[in-house]
Design a protein around this ligand. Sequence first.
Ligand code: SF4
Ligand code: SF4
Length: 444
Amino acid sequence: MMKTEDKQRMREQFKEKIDYNELMNCTRCGFCLPSCPTYLETNQDEVHSPRGRIALMKGVVDGYIEPDESVKRSIDMCLGCRACEPVCPSGVKFGRLLEQAREAIYQNNKQSFLTKFIRNIFFKRIFPKQERMIDITSLLGVYQRFGFQRITHTLGIMNLFPETMQMMEKVLPEVPNRKQLKNRQRYFPPIEKTKKKVAFFSGCLMDTIFMETNDATIQLLQYAGCEIVIPDLQGCCGALQGHGGEREQAKKMAKRNIKAFEEAEIDYIVTNAGGCGAFLVDYDYLLKDEPNWHKRAKKFVTKIKDITSLLVELGFDHLSLRMDRQIVTYQDSCHLKNGQQTFIEPRKLLQSIEGVEYVEMVDAGRCCGSGGIYNLLESEMAMRVLDYKMEQAKQTKATTIVTTNPGCLLQMKLGVEKEGLSHHIEVVHIADFLLQAYENTYIT
Ligand code: SF4
Ligand code: SF4
């Protein structure tokens, strides 16, 4: 039960943080309802729909709805997938409203010990500090390579953890060692002549746990004719923090990145993670109340480009790449699709490969249930959303599922593991898949 003074404080925060004009843009038409995974998974409960969430936010601000646990629950249950945005005829930016509502709730509300612990560890202690990401990844490497993982499984220690974490541990890729993590090259010439000069946004998770995919991305860019610089003062994009109600922390991280990239004379800033890219392109909105930073952010966002868009621009889909015969399907990254409007390019690239029979999955654009750390905090809903996704993936008979975001990659791997299909279905990032196709065709 929330105390009266807590409720009052929360209402004040809703009034202060939430963009009332954006709330007013909603005409309550309901076009967004069929696109919302939580609405569909709760038997069409309006409280768990975009329209319902907007009505709750407005009701709290206007003073006719009590800001109680049920309001918090509705906001917590949102995946933040933004599938409600492209279908909205009024152009409501729901993702922004969600971030503002979460900030109003989490900066002023008592949380359970576990929630506080997870939020603090992830949002403030690990992701903003790349050195810590490296330390943790190195430890994970020791755990994987020196027999600790086998011992843990034999003794059943993992059974003490929630089921989602047990499965997550199984599907994590083999991570690089400390030396590889520390010695990152910062400049890469193109293989032939320079078509574009780009800076690579290497990210936090992508440059540690998924370092191989970052390396594949850089190689692809070189093959495509890019000269690449990797500014070393950059850090995590701040998406997890921004989506999770830690907007002040996210602003600090945004400023660090703007500073790190603004000296580089480049055509584009390239990302290979849909979640990061969508947050980076919204830095100008995040910093809209700080005129100087807003100006710098505006310049920064015009340069953001997803790897798939750049490869198509550079004609990578006309290279007649080859792969072994296989059925391939693609799981959209919600934020690449709904935040950056990039969904044709990954398909174009996959369909251009000889040997690939591309089969579109029903509802490929519907969230897989990853949602940053949503699958750890709201495991039950995340698993329901994932089960639906796996049903659709199985219908395609694909042996390869391609994704464009680390969260989706792990979540889809988890789905494959859960279904007992890990011997039949591979889940890969598009950069790894394209590099393999390029090397099959031109190198070997
Ligand atoms: S589609 Fe847009 S305007 Fe219509 S109810 Fe949903 S958010 Fe509101
Ligand atoms: S962000 Fe996703 S889960 Fe949240 S309201 Fe929109 S469609 Fe539903």
